[in-house]
Design a protein around this ligand. Structure first.
Ligand code: NI
Length: 277
């Protein structure tokens, strides 16, 4: 029985590879998450960058709490079932009037995961209108299997390798994913998506949470993940600790270990070992 999404919403996800918008919290609650992020940024001397924008749930209590948010997990459960691991979290922040973009890509390309029942919950910490560089989804592209990608390492590109799909995406293929603060979109790991620059006067802040059912395996190396709901009877991932306080020494050590593993998987085949800024 569905916990959060309608039968139609789940059917749309299976057919198109995405579903949005799903309201998961009030605008005020989203604002409180934004405030905590921005306090962390002030303490760090700037936007979370490099390793610090990856696996954020291992560094900050509020980010960890968000990966367990019942409204998010209820919707995710409707798609991948009751046993849920959080495999990753990444901020995709575009500053006001900035040229940052995300090329058309499929998330699955470098992740090394064994199956495609991997779902991203992209939670808007601020309003993300089309002009802010909202995501675009290519409906049905998750059914094309893995497409060939090429790396660009473009510095304005927010992706780890600046990777892009090596075929032409048809003009007008993209559906604009405008979201209000406190809403999320859900997308499939093989869905082609991208986004343009932010032409507005506010920051566009998205927190992408990657969820997998525990039967998924990491094919590249021994990886880690956080059980956020149900049970893991497979043990394919090393469990990750919950931070006891923001940036406490144990959290920083656990985060370093986890991002080193992720970087190894994501940059395999290149000479890079660390997430770029
Ligand atoms: Ni992506």
């Amino acid at each position: 029985m569905a916990k959060r999404l309608s039968t139609e919403a789940v059917a749309q996800y299976r057919r198109d590879g995405f579903h949005f918008p799903v309201r998961v919290m009030s605008a005020e609650e989203a604002r409180s998450y934004r405030d905590r992020l921005e306090a962390a940024e002030r303490a760090a001397g700037g936007p979370l960058a490099g390793d610090r924008r990856q696996k954020v749930h291992l560094l900050y209590t509020w980010a960890n709490e968000l990966t367990r948010h019942p409204a998010i997990l209820d919707a995710v459960e409707d798609v991948i079932g009751p046993n849920i691991l959080c495999w990753g979290t990444t901020f995709f922040t575009k500053e006001a009037r900035s040229s940052s973009f995300v090329s058309w890509h499929q998330d699955a390309t470098y992740w090394g995961l064994s199956t495609d029942d991997v779902i991203t919950a992209w939670v808007a910490f601020a309003d993300a209108p089309v002009a802010s560089g909202a995501m675009k989804f290519w409906p049905g592209s998750h059914l094309k299997n893995q497409l060939e990608h090429r790396d660009t390492f473009d510095t304005d590109n927010l992706l780890t390798r600046g990777q892009e799909i090596a075929i032409e995406v048809p003009d007008g293929a993209g559906v604009d994913v405008a979201l209000r603060a406190g809403e999320m979109s859900l997308h499939h790991v093989l869905l082609a998506h991208g986004s343009g620059p932010n032409t507005t006067d506010d920051r566009r802040i998205g927190f992408a949470i990657r969820y997998i059912p525990p039967h998924v395996r990491q094919l590249k190396m021994r990886d880690s993940a956080t059980l956020v709901r149900g049970r893991d009877t497979y043990g394919n991932f090393d469990p990750e600790p919950v931070p006891r306080a923001d940036l406490d020494p144990a959290a920083i050590a656990a985060h370093r270990d986890a991002v080193e593993r992720s970087a190894k998987a994501l940059y395999s085949g290149t000479d890079r070992k660390q997430f770029r800024a």
